[in-house]
Design a protein around this ligand. Structure first.
Ligand SMILES: [Zn+2]
Length: 271
């Protein structure tokens, strides 16, 4: 599943391919995504001004004030191909641009979705209205994390994956950040000391920044928008390493299931 670094890498890739281009026409291939497609005629003739990101949503900003909001679901990714090229494998949407190229949205499992939303409606839209701060922004501070964990009885891993607390921290990076800050993922959030939360705050930013720099991970079939696979997965310290030696102490990495999600940790390094 694409996590925040993959979405951010996609955004950066898209910017270089589509900003400044005008949309000639857009079509879908008739296979439903998670929500109904937007009215494609509304995009016709619009110029793409920017590509932004909020949490794991990509916002393709069009002149006239509309945003084509895209969520990549489990397996979604964008490719930029010559307009004459045949549909890419598992292509669902094709947006023809005025430079003889087209932006293709491909999604094997079709859990992704898109909508056309006015820029003024975004903040109150049900997909966005509950979202907390971006993890790499100045609004996400250690004191905010400390305040959010106050008296909370849920596991700390659950807290950092709560979009109201901080957006875009998925299963992989939650496990990684908790390992780096030496906190057991199942510990009750309200019991984690302020000093540990300060380290966790720094670790969350660190793992997300490193992953974005590395070009996103190669989990499943994520490809960056110009077709190069990312490679951050080589740098995971606990995620997917059940039974392997902890890189810090040599003990075997363990796996538990928390809230239905695989959670990897080292029992001797994370108390
Ligand atoms: Zn260890």
């Amino acid at each position: 599943m694409p996590e925040l670094p993959e979405v951010e890498v996609t955004r950066r890739g898209l910017i270089s391919h589509v900003v400044g281009r005008r949309v000639l026409h857009t079509l879908d291939h008739g296979r439903a995504l998670r929500h109904p497609y937007p009215e494609w005629w509304e995009l016709k003739g619009r110029r793409i001004l920017d590509v932004q990101r909020r949490a794991k949503y990509l916002l393709i900003c069009l002149d006239g004030g509309k945003r084509l909001v895209c969520h990549l679901g489990m397996t979604g990714h964008f490719r930029c191909l010559a307009s004459g090229e045949d549909a890419a494998p598992h292509e669902q949407v094709c947006m023809h641009l005025d430079d003889a190229r087209s932006l293709r949205y491909c999604d094997v499992r079709r859990f992704g979705y898109m909508a056309l939303i006015s820029e003024f409606e975004l903040a109150d839209h049900p997909w966005f209205s509950h979202l907390g701060p971006e993890p790499l922004s100045e609004e996400f501070t250690a004191s905010w994390l400390i305040r959010c964990s106050w008296r909370r009885r849920c596991p700390i891993k659950h807290l950092v994956m709560d979009a109201r607390v901080v957006v875009g921290v998925g299963n992989i990076y939650a496990s990684e950040a908790l390992f780096r800050s030496g906190i057991h993922p199942a510990r009750r959030a309200g019991d984690v000391a302020a000093g540990d939360l300060i380290r966790l705050h720094a670790a969350l930013r660190e793992v997300l920044e490193e992953a974005t720099r590395a070009g996103g991970s190669t989990i499943r079939d994520f490809m960056s928008s110009d077709g190069r696979p990312g490679y951050f997965s080589h740098a995971f310290q606990v995620y997917g390493r059940e039974g392997e030696a902890c890189l810090r102490c040599g003990e075997a990495i363990q796996r538990i299931v928390l809230h239905g999600r695989s959670t990897f940790f080292c029992a001797s390094c994370q108390g």
